[in-house]
Ligand binder design. Structure first.
Ligand code: 13P
Length: 249
């Protein structure tokens, strides 16, 4: 099993040509290391095309969302089975942008988590507190609720990852301090240990991670990778973050 997972969440960015160009540059990287897994999560429309372009053992592909039903009359939705059929291995579930703009609740997110794991996808469950939560001292309470409800009924954790993304650090250029990351990742790790026993679940940090701060963040204990937004659209920055992880192995 790799030591770090470096994942790019492209969000609603890139047309297909731009996506191919970024993917080509990442895929051509000379110093891939089996200790560090590289994952990109482009928009749905590009996944099938990109899986034809890449050696999936070098660059893994993930989606940014999924519907929990396997098929049916759900106009505009995409199922686990569809994702698997185009070479998609991972899915991000419960991103704060989905929680806030699309009203995704912990209950809905839990259905997605359970069904994606059952379908055989690897799941990155995102959790994170708002600035208001943090300032009112409710960070751990909010995270505990997101974890407890989001993971209800989950027993098998081999395909599960958690991404801690403080909402106030996403796309703002503000990262949490090392102390905040360290304390919060420790809290999440303790929760997972209690919930699952001896666990090997990777905990990724996300929120304004970039080429400059990646090494410091990735060196914090209980940080097992990054979920990167803006900087993942620039191959040079994303590869620099990837390389920081290699240097720490
Ligand atoms: P930024 O890296 O752009 O802050 O986004 C983080 C994120 O939301 C990744 O899922």
């Amino acid at each position: 099993m790799s030591k770090y997972l470096i994942a790019g969440n492209w969000k609603m960015n890139t047309n297909l040509d731009e996506a191919k160009k970024i993917t080509d540059e990442l895929h051509g990287y000379k110093d891939f290391d089996s200790e560090v897994e590289m994952l990109i999560c482009p928009p749905f429309t590009h996944i099938g095309f990109l899986s034809e372009l890449v050696d999936l053992s070098r660059v893994s592909l993930g989606a940014q969302n999924v519907h929990y039903e396997p098929k049916g009359a759900y106009t505009g939705e995409i199922s686990n089975e569809m994702l698997l059929s185009v070479g998609c291995e991972y899915v991000i579930i419960g991103h704060s942008e989905r929680r806030s703009y699309f009203n995704e609740t912990n209950e809905l997110i839990n259905k997605k988590v359970v069904n994606s794991l059952n379908a055989g996808l690897r799941v990155i469950l995102c959790i994170g507190e708002t600035l208001e939560d943090r300032e009112s001292g409710n960070t751990n309470k909010v995270l505990e609720e997101q974890l407890t409800k989001g993971l209800l009924g989950v027993e098998e954790t081999i395909n599960l990852k958690i991404a801690y993304e403080p909402v106030w650090a996403i796309g703002t250029g503000k990262t949490a301090t090392s102390e905040q990351i360290s304390e919060t990742h420790k809290f999440i790790s303790n929760f997972l240990n209690l919930r699952f026993g001896d666990n090997i679940i990777k905990i990724l940090y996300g929120g304004s991670m970039n080429a400059e701060n990646a090494k410091d963040i990735l060196s914090i204990s209980n940080v097992n990778g990054g979920l990167i937004g803006g900087a993942s659209l620039k191959p040079e920055s994303f590869l620099s973050i990837y390389n920081s992880a290699i240097e720490l192995c």
